[in-house]
Design a protein around this ligand. Structure first.
Ligand code: AVJ
Length: 316
């Protein structure tokens, strides 16, 4: 991602009536390291839940694909690949003919993923792509090899409802009838568990959010005194939304020299940083039906905290 996109998006978000920064900007090199720490936290259950699903149920998932070989597996936002590897390993053990195409916006993430995949699965046919989802989707349309799209990790939780519909339809435009999509959704559960996963007592999630301010200082020449901001996150069990914010602790003005612009904050003014939506199974089914898919099966972990939901693209 070019720096100028970051600068432009920060300017737009901090100029809005309700200030916001997209959660995609959490993941610079420093933020990606903090996210690794989040995944190790005892309170952060999603990673372990999805790891369990892909370790224990990949055979069942593969059986439902019902593909002629060879086929493609295309992964959007591949991360460190540890969970996906459980599925790929099962396919290799079965001598399936497939190639794996991970897509990520970060060159560094893709290089590390490719190296670790090949280290664990030397037989894997891998064609990695650095780019944004939408531009890569255009290059995929027209390929008549059967495809499984992966959108794992609960990343979909970061999208507002309208964006979820747009994204699922955009995936579908590059899919043929019978192609499959496996998406990770975090599920509604005891609200206290969700709250603790997103506002941990050790303050790791706070550091993850505060890194946005450090990133603005580093990349945009900011003069932000980070102790003048706090982190606030809450879960609303009525609508399933975790909403996270940075809070200005004083009336203050910050300067970003890269843009040569100032931004004013009232005391207690918020910067919205993240939505992490929690779903019910009927909500997931409604999204599938509204965006051109049928639900094949929901694969849940034993605690029913998380689902990898397998959808099939409808015929037009
Ligand atoms: C990477 C989007 C799945 O929303 O659970 C973790 C990011 N934010 N703790 C999530 C995150 C705060 C995470 N996803």
């Amino acid at each position: 991602m070019s720096d100028s996109t970051f600068a432009r998006d920060i300017h737009t978000g901090l100029s809005a009536a309700q200030k916001y920064i997209s959660s995609r900007y959490f993941y610079d090199d420093a933020g990606s390291v903090i996210f690794q720490e989040i995944m190790q936290m005892p309170e952060y259950y999603p990673t372990r839940s999805e790891f369990e699903i892909l370790s224990m149920q990949s055979d069942k998932i593969i059986a439902k694909l019902d593909f002629q070989q060879p086929f493609n597996i295309v992964e959007f936002g591949a991360g460190d690949g540890m969970k996906t590897r459980q599925l790929l390993k099962k396919l290799i053990d079965q001598d399936a003919a497939f190639s794996y195409m991970p897509i990520d916006i970060s060159r560094k993430a893709i290089d590390e993923l490719e190296a670790s995949m090949l280290q664990h699965l030397p037989q894997l046919k891998i064609r990695s792509v650095v780019g944004n989802y939408f531009s890569v989707l255009e290059t995929l349309a027209g390929d008549d090899t059967p495809s499984l799209f992966l959108f794992l990790g609960g990343n979909i939780g970061n999208y507002e409802d309208a964006e979820v519909h747009d994204l699922m339809r955009a995936f579908g435009k590059s899919m043929k009838p019978g192609d499959k999509l496996l998406t990770g959704f975090d599920l509604r559960k005891n609200p206290a568990l969700i709250r603790n996963a997103y506002d941990d007592p050790a303050g790791i999630t706070k550091r993850f959010n505060m890194n946005l301010l450090h990133r603005m200082n580093r990349e945009l020449g900011g003069n932000i005194v980070t102790s003048q901001f706090d982190f606030y996150s809450f879960y609303n069990p009525v609508n399933g939304e975790v909403r996270s914010y940075l809070v200005s602790l004083a009336k203050q003005r910050i300067h970003l020299s890269r843009m040569d612009k100032c931004y004013d904050f009232e005391a207690n003014e918020l910067i919205s940083t993240e939505l992490s939506r929690k779903y019910t199974l009927p909500e997931i089914e409604a999204v599938a039906a509204a965006t051109g898919y049928g639900v094949v099966e929901h694969f849940l972990d034993c605690r029913h905290y998380f689902t990898d939901s397998l959808w099939v693209k409808n015929s037009m």
